[in-house]
Ligand binder design. Structure first.
Ligand code: COA
Ligand code: AMP
Length: 630
């Protein structure tokens, strides 16, 4: 059947469509219906089904006789090591870790924070939680102690599962001191910290709550898979919103399993046994969905790559991994390709490897610029598919579904809405806009299975963040348009979120941190265009009167403050002191205009501006930072 046929089936009879998709999952008790809307706008999928996520990702493949199949390929150029984990081994490992957690009294519904780098134990930790119905929350290794503390307070975990360190090309990051600092900062105190020791930095485990990963599991009874209700949360994943407090996106169990399984064949066109590689990190949604859950649920082999697209050791690393492990589909962020292209513009590394196993490349996480797509197409010789999604949805809202039908690629567009997503473009007043007109991208409720059910402990914030602006619709926070063929174009965020190297960050949060500096009276942070990372944050601070310290000193402190509070991943390095910020007469900071000035793009003087002369000062300031060059 064509894409159009499948999409219209999902729209005309969603119940039938999603009950059909549910057959791809092994249920303890099959659901009698797909959608429950009695608590709308809090929709539930497969609410009366009973299921286990780990069983579907691991045990069922072993029971089907595929225990010898490789589940995980760990390829770590950064430590110069590799290993493989079969499905049978993964079953043993998850059952043992789950057994140890159960022996310490953790039960279904308890939260567990996972703070681990790209090593197979991170997947074991996630799946061991799923085995017991524990709700995991993975925190990206690039976040600082303060961010970890915020998450500890919000989801109040009983345990933290961690590794002793993460490894960046320039340094080893010791995790244990970060965890201890975070627990010190947090009001909630987890009972248990279980640490997987890596030889690059062995952690001190002398605190009463500390446990060594191996000793913790020694002699325990392996745990069986626990029955979990369909709408119980599988995990919480924090993502940036407009304020300093991250949003705890709640992923419901059964819808997640069904959607993950469905996308593997229909979107990515892989069959069980094929090797699938999402070059991301377990700390992001791409890592949850396409390093861990989807490939394993579908019986694929997933690649865990601990390295960077360049410098570990060179710009041919990705092609080596594809050749060596027979990768059929690669999924990464455009920034990875921009990084490779910058080092190897002629694509000389491609020729050194046999890439004939590769069927397609999928890009997401940020806008895929046409240059990057064309460069990748030229050198890989396979379809390059842009697809659009968010932490909240957990999988593609729009894509070119390779397993259904490959539609013509239009550069700059992630193609068409996927089944279950009724995507519309609305004006600020909520009226549908015609093809070609830019507006807010919204999705008619209910969202399909596997998308967020709410925000952790914050039903009201869920409603005010996503549902209030356009009643009856989910507000994506993206602006864009649809063309006359129905192709979507994602142009910009409508909020304070910026996208740096595929990482979602909040400028509002950075402003809160800068404002906490004792010499800063007020500030603004904007996202400026960057040829490598897509966007970079740029800060403007106005100092309190009477401050007579050197500006450079204050800027260095501001940069250090953001790094220490959010982490290196914020990539906050551009900042400057200005006398005043440009504002409207009602006092709203004109961040959009400031970003346009920095990017050197066209802008119009807003009629409501308080004092137009300030814009010249802003231009001079950004020029000093190397931007707005005429
Ligand atoms: N743990 C600790 N620190 C981390 C980290 C982690 N897991 N990941 C990144 N960082 C640090 C980096 O070392 C860097 O620190 P620095 O300021 O001291 O140099 C900082 O955070 C910024 O990282 P990043 O923005 O990733 O820049 P980079 O220069 O290290 O790498 C790319 C640039 C393009 C190579 C890299 O971003 C990349 O590979 N991106 C691929 C896309 C991707 O994975 N996207 C995720 C969503 S799909
Ligand atoms: P995250 O929740 O970190 O996955 O970030 C989601 C946001 O990244 C989206 O709301 C978009 O702003 C942006 N994004 C993700 N994929 C794409 C894409 N294919 N094209 C344009 N923007 C994208």
């Amino acid at each position: 059947m064509t894409y159009a046929g499948i999409y219209s089936q999902s729209k005309e009879n969603p119940e039938k469509f999603w009950m059909g998709a549910a057959k791809g999952i092994d249920w303890i008790k099959a659901p009698t219906k797909a959608l429950s809307d009695d608590r709308a706008p809090f929709y539930e999928w497969y609410a009366d089904g009973v299921v286990n996520g780990c069983y579907n990702a691991v045990d069922r493949h072993v029971e089907a006789g595929n225990g010898d199949r490789t589940a995980i390929i760990y390829d770590s150029p950064i430590t110069e090591s590799q290993s493989k984990v079969s499905y049978a081994e993964l079953q043993d490992k998850t059952a043992m870790l789950a057994g140890a957690l159960a022996a310490r009294g953790l039960v279904k519904g308890d939260r567990v924070i996972i703070y681990m780098p790209m090593i197979p134990e991170a997947l074991v930790a996630m799946l061991a939680c799923a085995r017991l119905g524990l709700i995991h929350s993975v925190v990206f290794g690039g976040f600082a102690a303060n961010e970890l503390a915020t998450r500890i307070n919000d989801c109040t975990p009983k345990a933290i599962l961690a590794a002793s360190c993460g490894i960046e090309p320039s340094r080893v990051i010791e995790y244990k001191p970060l965890i201890d600092a975070a627990i010190e900062l947090a009001d909630h105190k987890p009972e248990l910290t279980v640490v997987y020791q890596r030889e690059q930095a062995v952690a001190d485990l002398s605190m009463a709550r500390d446990q060594d990963w191996n000793e913790f599991q020694a002699g325990v009874e392996p745990a069986a898979c626990v029955p979990v209700n369909g709408s119980d949360p599988a995990y919480i994943l924090y993502t940036s919103g407009t304020t300093g407090a991250p949003k705890g996106v709640v992923r419901p169990t059964a819808g997640h399993l069904v959607a993950m399984n469905w996308t593997m064949k229909n979107v990515y066109n892989v069959d069980p046994g094929d090797v699938f590689w999402a070059a991301s990190d377990v700390g992001w949604v791409v890592g949850h969905s396409y390093i861990c859950y989807a490939p394993l649920i579908h019986g694929n082999t997933t690649v865990m790559f601990e390295g960077k697209p360049i410098g570990t050791p060179d710009a041919g690393t990705f092609w080596r991994v594809i050749e060596e492990h027979n990768v059929k589909v690669l999924f990464t962020a455009p920034t990875a390709f921009r990084a490779i292209k910058r080092v190897d513009p002629k694509g000389e590394f491609f020729a050194k490897y046999d890439l004939s196993c590769l069927d397609s490349l999928f890009l997401a996480g940020e806008r895929a610029d046409p240059d990057t797509i064309e460069w990748a197409q030229k050198h890989l010789g396979v379809p390059v598919i842009d697809h659009w999604w968010q932490t909240e949805t957990g999988y593609a809202i729009a894509a070119n579904p390779m397993g259904i039908e490959q539609m013509p690629v239009k550069l700059g567009s992630p193609a068409m809405p996927m089944p279950g997503y009724d995507v519309q473009i609305l004006s600020d007043e909520g009226h549908p806009l015609p093809a070609g007109e830019l507006g807010a991208i919204v999705i008619k409720l209910p969202l399909p299975p596997g998308t967020l059910s709410t925000l952790w402990n914050a039903d009201e914030r869920y409603q005010s963040s996503y549902l209030d602006a356009f009643p009856g619709y989910y507000e994506t926070g993206d602006a864009g348009m649809v063309d006359e063929d129905g192709y979507l174009y994602i142009m910009a965020r409508t909020d304070d979120v910026i996208n740096v190297a595929g990482h979602r960050l909040s400028t509002g949060q950075m402003e809160e941190i800068l404002a906490s500096h004792p010499d800063v009276a007020e500030c603004a942070v904007i996202g400026v265009a960057d040829a490598l990372k897509g966007q970079l944050p740029m800060g403007f601070v106005c100092l309190n009167s009477g401050v007579d310290r050197p500006e450079e000193e204050i800027i260095t402190e501001c940069v250090g403050l953001v790094r220490s509070k959010i982490g290196a991943v914020a990539a906050f390095k551009l900042a400057t002191v200005v006398d005043r910020l440009p504002k409207t007469r009602s006092g709203k900071v004109l961040r959009g205009i400031m970003a346009k000035i920095a990017d050197g793009t066209d802008w119009k003087m807003p009629a409501t501006i308080d004092d137009p002369a300030i814009l010249d000062e802003i231009k001079t300031a950004v020029q000093k930072l190397g931007y707005a060059k005429s």
